[in-house]
Design a protein around this ligand. Structure first.
Ligand code: F6P
Length: 317
């Protein structure tokens, strides 16, 4: 049997740990395993490379992806898709394992609909796949943001300022929500909840009047300009306000323990499922690994953790 693996879309810390688990489990099972370089672009151009035990040595702790990744527009064309499928046929691949987020798993679904056996492993710092509680990379990104906010908090406190910290997540507010709780931010702004600048400003004024020396607001990139918000907030509160855009720092770095374990579990199970000839996506729900069909995963509606937001608001008064 032959398995191929690719990483697609934005990289996420923990992808390498999953590549390692897929490679080593395949070899253990006597399956030949190939890495595809550069995501769906590499699949179209048949950039296959045989992986052996040592190909994945010393990578469990590394961010990024040793296979490289891409956001492939060609794959969305009929010609690109045809080439991708023919690459898999030429290399006699029995199953493809796709590591990526929403767009990448949509790509996996299309391949499945064209008769390819595919296993999807959710990887994205955004945590925007509704069917799984966590995607690989999310918890690491939350840790990175939390660490950054603790640095920002020191200087914000020293000068009695406010700081608006813009985080990634596209249209999903989970990075802002979880890092808001873990860093003790006063307020968060997320796409899922309508913005009430007056409520945020009132909270800051009350805090200031009580002697609070800092005010941290974590804002999702999907909510507009952090600079515009900061200007308005400063006008309403009279508090000197700065902006920090964390940017790509959130996507790199050594994966957290949670992400390494999740990646190892997913990678191992992906091979087991591929061996059975199944096509499905792996996920994590209520403390357990789950298997779902590609049709099912896109029918689940993402639920924003309002309970966690309530906790954040309560404990940051
Ligand atoms: O991978 C997810 C993500 O980091 C989003 O949070 C962000 O909006 C986007 O990717 C940035 O994409 P790019 O790397 O293409 O600029």
């Amino acid at each position: 049997m032959r398995i191929a693996i690719l990483t697609s879309g934005g990289d996420a810390p923990g992808m390498n740990a999953a590549i390692r688990a897929v490679t080593r489990t395949s070899i253990y099972e006597g399956i030949e395993v190939f890495g595809i370089k550069g995501g769906y672009e590499g699949l179209i151009d048949a950039k296959f490379e045989k992986l052996i035990q040592s190909s994945v040595a010393d990578i469990i702790q590394r961010g990024g992806t040793i296979l490289s990744t891409s956001r492939s527009e060609r794959f969305m064309t009929e010609e690109g898709l045809e080439k991708a499928i023919s690459s898999l046929k030429i290399f006699e691949i029995d199953a493809l394992i796709v590591l990526g987020g929403d767009g990448s798993l949509h790509g996996a679904k299309i391949l499945k609909e064209h008769g390819i056996n595919v296993i999807g492993i959710p990887c994205s710092i955004d945590n925007d796949l509704a069917y799984t509680d966590y995607t690989i990379g999310f918890m690491t990104a939350v840790e990175t943001v939390t660490e950054a906010v603790s640095h920002i908090r020191d200087t914000t406190e020293a000068l009695g300022r406010a700081n608006v910290v813009e985080v990634m997540g596209r249209n999903c507010g989970d990075i802002a929500l979880y890092s808001g709780v873990s860093s003790g931010a006063e307020s968060i702004i997320v796409p899922e909840i309508p913005l009430d600048i007056n409520e945020i400003a009132e909270k800051a004024i009350m805090g200031k009047n009580r002697g609070k020396k800092h005010h941290i607001i974590i804002m999702s990139e999907g909510c507009g300009s952090a600079f515009d918000f900061a200007k308005e907030f400063e006008k309403l509160t009279g508090i000197d306000t700065r902006v920090t855009v964390l940017g790509y720092i959130q996507r790199g770095g050594t994966p957290s323990i949670a992400d390494r374990i999740l990646a190892s579990e997913f990678g191992y199970l992906a091979v087991k499922e591929a061996k059975k000839g199944n096509s499905l996506a792996l996920g994590y729900k209520d403390g357990k690994v789950i298997k779902m069909s590609f049709d099912e995963i896109f029918n689940v509606k993402k639920v924003f953790r309002k309970d966690l937001l309530e906790i954040l608001k309560t404990v940051s008064i």
